[in-house]
Design a protein around this ligand. Structure first.
Ligand SMILES: CC(C)(COP(=O)(O)OP(=O)(O)OC[C@H]1O[C@@H](n2cnc3c(N)ncnc32)[C@H](O)[C@@H]1OP(=O)(O)O)[C@@H](O)C(=O)NCCC(=O)NCCS
Length: 196
């Protein structure tokens, strides 16, 4: 992607925030993009989550080095992360990771991670729609989501969010105890072709 276009896309995305959104019960949450100085906040959030939620992420976000790498991706525009707050309390995050330079440049990968008490109230949908809007700004064509096949609830959630099952990679993931799990890839197509 040309540098000028990338800069323009990024500015448009930054202009979208801060904003607020309503959960299913009418409760308002505030949304903003994660900044490099949010490292402590995100570390505290990740460390408060149950281990099972962290097992299959792309990196171990309870570690400072992994969060530092995440922040570098934020700075370079390779990852956009939307944070959802109730007052000062971080309830969850949604992120879009993409690679502008290679043969997967039309793809974005979505990840959602909410604190247990914030689940089932519509924040997952709110964050997923933000990620969709960001992916549209970036003129991506396809959003992918990865989850292990045992995560039945996550599969239902993504289906409700308009994703369809694309592929299952058998025994593709191995956990800390050496047990393998099947990985499900779900996709959601975006409107409109990517330019360039
Ligand atoms: C998966 C996750 C992001 C969902 O967020 P959430 O806020 O609980 O989801 P929402 O309340 O917005 O629900 C989204 C849709 O899924 C449905 N849904 C939510 N939880 C569900 C469950 N446990 N079983 C079935 N359906 C469910 C909702 O009814 C909703 O559909 P609707 O809007 O059409 O009514 C959240 O539970 C989470 O962070 N889980 C741990 C991390 C994870 O598994 N991430 C997924 C891999 S990236």
């Amino acid at each position: 992607m040309a540098q000028a276009a990338q800069t323009e896309f990024r500015q448009n995305i930054e202009m979208r925030y801060p904003r607020s959104a309503s959960l299913r019960d009418g409760h308002k949450v505030s949304l903003r993009l994660m900044q490099p100085d949010d490292a402590e906040t995100i570390l505290g959030f990740a460390r408060s989550l149950p281990n099972d939620d962290l097992l299959f992420l792309r990196r171990d976000v309870t570690q400072e080095s992994a969060v530092a790498e995440w922040m570098r991706e934020i700075e370079s525009g390779r990852t956009f992360t939307v944070l959802g707050f109730d007052g000062d309390e971080l309830l969850g995050e949604g992120d879009l990771h993409y690679n502008a330079a290679d043969w997967t440049r039309h793809l974005g990968e979505i990840r959602l991670l909410l604190s247990p008490k914030a689940r089932g109230r519509g924040l997952g949908r709110v964050l997923a729609e933000e990620i969709y809007a960001i992916a549209q700004q970036l003129q991506l064509q396809l959003l992918t989501a990865r989850m292990v096949l045992d995560q039945a609830a996550a599969q239902t959630v993504f289906r409700r969010l308009g994703f369809q099952r694309e592929a299952v990679l058998w025994d593709y993931v191995i956990d800390a105890d050496g047990k393998t799990h099947d990985l499900l890839i779900a996709t959601r197509r975006l409107q409109g072709p990517r330019a360039g």
